[in-house]
Write a new protein. Structure first.
Ligand code: RIB
Ligand code: CA
Length: 306
């Protein structure tokens, strides 16, 4: 089983990614970062997911703001708590600390993959503290960026836009990076029939996920007129646990920091191969969504009835 550290900002899709990761990997730890909601909320949500799963995975909180400027959040999608519409699970758990950077550095080993599904602030601070960090781990699987459309702006995706300086540091770190951007995750959409399968299962995990899907569908119906939501963060887990379900190509990726219209854009070199710059990431372009959904639904106790 892959050994993972999940750096996240739960966040509805982060929560599904955490459940999926615990089903198919050895999750060494969870580090929380400000993103979808403020740090206190994302940390509390990560702890709550470990209570749902009844696992002893340590949760360590990290950066409360980006390297530059003030934090941005995504309450319109995830609610003020970061997990709107989901029943809170009572528990007595507490975090294993508040220094996510130290946790990332102390647990850097050649077989560890960091799955980063929120703004990349914690990772950039780890690189600042130890520039060799990116090469002391097996790699980084990022949900972030895009080879085409953005979601916060026309061209910038939330995790990158929320801390563009941090993202630039990570892409320049020399780490073995897989990038699962919106161009990929938009191919991996929830649906009401999937929610119905979760409700029919009725286990605690399935019911938790059904509430997540229902809430996202209600929000997307309001925001974009469609009862479907890209299940972004699990894609970055599948890239490591089920790489055969994704198609990725080596590409040079840089993060725009200064453009008035393009700040936070992942600028991907998609020219013909002979003209391209040296690749620094494996960029995912395709996913076998049908098979990927079966993997995710099984992890949520809602395997398709044969
Ligand atoms: O743009 C999608 C990303 O931003 C996902 O990680 C989601 O959880 C939010 O953090
Ligand atoms: Ca996220």
């Amino acid at each position: 089983m892959p050994r993972l550290i999940i750096d996240c900002d739960p966040g509805h899709d982060d929560a599904i990614a955490l459940i999926l990761a615990h089903r198919h990997a050895d999750v060494v730890g969870i580090t929380a970062v400000s993103g979808n909601a403020p740090l206190a909320a994302t940390t509390a949500n990560a702890l709550m997911v470990t209570a749902l799963l009844d696992v002893d995975t340590p949760v360590v909180s990290g950066a409360a703001k980006p390297l530059v400027g003030e934090p941005i959040h995504a309450a319109a999608v995830h609610g003020e708590t970061g997990l709107g519409g989901v029943d809170r699970i009572a528990h007595e758990r507490s975090t294993a600390g508040d220094d996510a950077v130290a946790f990332l550095l102390d647990n850097a080993e050649p077989d560890i993959v960091v799955v980063a599904v929120g703004p990349l602030t914690n990772l950039a601070l780890a690189i600042d503290r130890d520039p060799s960090w990116g090469k002391r781990i097996a790699g980084i699987s990022i949900m972030g960026g895009s080879t085409d459309v953005g979601n916060v702006t026309r061209v910038a995706e939330f995790n990158i836009f929320a801390d563009a300086e941090a993202a630039a540091r990570v892409f320049e770190s020399g780490a073995e990076i897989t990038m699962c951007g919106l161009n990929l995750t938009h191919q991996f959409q929830t649906s009401d029939p999937l929610t119905e399968r979760l409700r029919q299962s009725g286990t605690a995990k399935a019911t938790f996920a059904a509430q997540i899907f229902d809430y996202l569908h209600d929000r997307m119906e309001t925001l974009i007129g469609r009862r479907a939501s890209a299940m972004h963060d699990p894609c970055a887990v599948l890239a490591i646990t089920h790489p055969h379900l994704l198609r990725a190509e080596p590409r040079a990726v840089a993060v725009e920091l200064r453009g008035a219209l393009t700040r936070g854009m992942t600028v991907v070199d998609q020219r013909v191969s002979r003209r391209r710059d040296q690749a620094n990431a494996n960029v995912a372009y395709g996913i076998d969504a049908e098979r990927a959904w079966e993997v995710v639904m099984e992890s949520l106790d809602a395997r398709e009835s044969t």
